[in-house]
Design a protein around this ligand. Sequence first.
Ligand SMILES: Cc1ncc(COP(=O)(O)O)c(C=O)c1O
Length: 384
Amino acid sequence: MRIYLDNAATSWPKPEAVYGAVDRYQREIGIAAGRGGYNDAVAAARIVDAARREIAALIGARNPQHVVFASNGTDALNLAIHGTLRPGDHVVASVCDHNSVLRPLAEQSRSRDVAVTYVGCDSLGYLDPDDVRRAIRPNTRMVIINHASNVTGAIQPLAEIAAVVKGCDKLLMVDSSQSAGHTPINVTELGIDLIAGSGHKGLLGPAATGFLYIREGVERHVQPIRQGGTGVESQLDRQPDELPTRYESGSLNGPGLAGLAAAATFLREQTVEAVARHELSIVSRLWDGLSTMPTIKLYGPAPSPARGPVVSFSARGYDPQEFAAALDSARGIQCRAGLHCAPKMHEALGTLEQGGLVRMSVGWATTAEEIDATLATVEAIVAA
Ligand SMILES: Cc1ncc(COP(=O)(O)O)c(C=O)c1O
């Protein structure tokens, strides 16, 4: 039996209802959502609408029609970044960002002369809202905040940062790929303009699901980056103005969205707060156990509600990849070693040269017994 500790890449297992919803969609509906008037096409469109409503409810968004579906967090971030930035703009991002933000920004810099300021973090991975304030310039188009780091787990003080960004009258975009489903968020209360997320990580949906929520009115700043069939306004030679079709070209991932709707319903019923409590207790067990081992060095903040369910460490004398391979062969422990697509974060932590860290990411279904078995295996490897 494997012990799966790579939930930050994608969550596993999914709630039973997710498997059921995907299977039912494939077998009983199995057609393109929003593309026909017959009964099953309407049923498919209803399922997609339910997914929009559920995601909107989970993030506290007012208008479900402004939840735009994407194929993953990366796809949603690309739409937000390439759709919003104009030649000569300035952007504030941070060293905590993932390559799904860093690389689109680098491309904007190369091809459209966009300037980027990367705000640094403290030794635990937290951003200082005053640093964000100091980085904002008159021509700043957008501030991008990584809500929860996929390396340190640090959950940024979003309310304070949002107040700074709103005070400067700039667009605020949040990458919730590692926070959605792990910690409560209310985009309306925080005044977030754009929030991108993965559907298949903490939101517990199937692979190839993601979303971008665009606050009402903000769509005038966001150009569609893809054109194509939408099933409505087919006489136009451009994208319809209405959301979500303005940004959703081509056939939707019906089975994936059916699963995502079921996952979001599951989270709403369980509550994100209860999942967060469980994950914090599991992270604490893992952190406390690892911190008794003298050759293990932990990174990121100690367990608290201001961190997500990701624990990263180095083991003295071991290359991170080698250590992760040893965990897998000793006990089927599956975790991720390396740079985690976050090179600036590792540079800030001083772990770039050593090839990154070993990362264990737990989830809603991780048990205390799995953590105890993991700790015993780590101990045996470092003692060998
Ligand atoms: C912080 C962060 N942002 C964005 C992404 C990209 O998400 P996806 O895998 O859904 O494309 C990831 C994936 O690990 C991530 O950790």
